[in-house]
Design a protein around this ligand. Structure first.
Ligand code: UGA
Length: 444
């Protein structure tokens, strides 16, 4: 918002976080965000506070962007943080104000909050609540915010108020730059967000289901994805088979969506999402099996290097990370596991203190019986067998994200295994000085 030229006050209950932000330090890893933060602090457009009173006095437009995690032991979303913002802010709103919700919430929440807001606010009907879902991806947050592929604003059609006008004003530059601007009712805007994430999760689980079939049939899911992806109706994006989706959004969002559909009596419509979830969780178990079988059937006493802990590259987020989950399972089966990630070591250590962590790929790979890539950081994509040849005990590479070139590894004498594609035995023929054989890989 500050980058778009607005005067912004950020509110948080965590004083430590605010102190770091005030010092120009982003409290998590997100490419490009620190520059934006520093630029706008320096321009005097951005400041921070813990005080709702100060926020209410300062702003005409408020955005609610707090988390909606999964409830403990249930599929439903925990709305306590969103509710708490409304309960704290509304009683302080004494003049006409527009409040936009950005958090991902179960359909029906915005309508409930709109009533509550007006009930609590001294300004009453002069307070408008609208919903403006967020579609940014971690790792691309700055780009997705400043060049969004769409803006969606859900308006309370019973009392439309000033919300649409305020959204057009706030996002004027993005609309001028050509971002599609869609105005909907409150329920539709909430559903746009959850259905988008449900679709993305379904696409990933679809290709991972194909990976299971490919594994059974001896086919290659990466080639299959390329081939079907050429069909513009299908598209290649989000068809990367591997260890599946994790993070703070897709897993909990599809579960909250199923829970909400159940409450609305529409549970049958979303039973397929249970299968989407099941396919996704099976990938983690499958990966552990692949590692175990690669090292000869038992992990006991083996050394496994795990490259990648974040749920995706360019992020230090390890919430529901398939990589960390797999690292933990491999360790539980008796392997000595060392994890390296370019950014997510600290966050991993907090969540999983019992794993060993290294500060580089080479340190993690010392004496390894298998090197396992679980997050497709550029640094790992660019790895060359010669970087690791002298450090590992056994030349086995297992590619949980299908992000490496099997032939490069096999022709350097490594055994390569991906997910949903046939294993490739090490090709050492050409490595022998007397050999005249060209480089070729033996599959099967
Ligand atoms: C996701 C959505 O993509 C955003 O549009 C949405 O705004 C966000 O959730 C949210 O609800 O806030 P994000 O969680 O940052 O964004 O990550 P994604 O890029 O969607 O990736 C999610 C997971 O799927 C990662 O673990 C990734 O490795 C995995 N994935 C992705 C695959 O396994 N295969 C693919 O082809 C693509």
């Amino acid at each position: 918002m500050a980058e778009l030229g607005h005067e912004v006050l950020g509110v948080d209950v965590d004083k430590n976080k605010l102190a770091r932000l005030e010092a120009g330090e982003v409290p998590f890893y997100e490419p490009g965000l620190e520059e934006v933060l520093k630029r706008n602090l320096a321009a005097g457009r951005l400041s921070f506070t813990t005080s709702y009173r100060q926020a209410a006095e300062f702003a005409d437009v408020h955005f609610i962007g707090v988390g909606t995690p999964q409830k403990k032991g249930e599929f439903a979303a925990d709305l306590r943080y969103v509710d708490s913002v409304v309960e704290s802010l509304a009683p302080l709103l004494t003049r006409p104000t527009v409040v936009f919700g950005k958090s991902t919430v179960p359909v029906g929440t915005a309508q409930r909050l709109a009533h509550r807001m007006r009930e609590l606010a001294p300004a009453g009907q002069a307070v408008d609540l609208a919903w403006n879902p967020e579609f940014l991806r971690e790792g691309y947050a700055v780009q997705d915010t400043l060049q969004p592929d769409r803006l969606v604003v859900g308006i309370d059609h019973q009392c439309p108020g000033r919300a649409e006008e305020a959204a057009r004003e706030v996002y004027a530059q993005l609309i001028e730059d050509g971002a599609p601007f869609l105005v909907t009712d409150l329920a539709t805007s909430e559903l746009v967000k959850t259905s988008a994430n449900a679709f993305l999760a379904t696409k990933i689980s679809f290709i991972n289901a194909m990976a299971e079939v490919c594994e059974a049939a001896g086919a290659d899911v990466t080639v299959l994805a390329d081939a079907i992806g050429h069909d513009a109706r299908i598209g290649r994006r989000f068809l990367n088979a591997g260890i599946g989706f994790g993070g703070g959004c897709l897993p909990k969002d599809i579960r909250a969506f199923m829970a909400r559909a159940g409450e609305l009596g529409a549970d049958q419509a979303l039973t397929f999402l249970r299968e989407v979830d099941n396919i996704n969780m099976r990938r983690r178990t499958r990966m552990v099996e692949v590692v175990r079988s690669a090292v000869g059937g038992s992990l006991l006493g083996t050394r496994i290097a795990i490259l990648g802990a974040a749920f995706k590259p360019d992020s230090d987020d390890v919430r529901d990370s398939p990589a960390l989950n797999i690292a933990g399972q491999v360790q539980l089966q008796g392997a000595s596991v060392t994890v390296y990630d370019p950014q997510a070591i600290e966050t991993s250590r907090q969540l999983f203190p019992t794993l060993e962590y290294a500060t580089s790929t080479i340190e993690a790979s010392q004496g390894a019986d298998a090197v396992v890539v679980l997050t497709e950081w550029d640094e790992f994509r660019k790895l060359h067998p010669s970087d690791l040849n002298d450090f590992v005990r056994n030349r086995r590479i297992i590619d949980g994200r299908n992000c490496l070139s099997p032939n490069t590894w096999a022709s350097a004498g490594w055994e390569y295994r991906g997910l949903g594609r046939p294993p490739i035995r090490a090709n050492t023929e050409h490595l022998r000085p007397e050999s005249q054989t060209g480089v070729s890989s033996v599959t099967g």
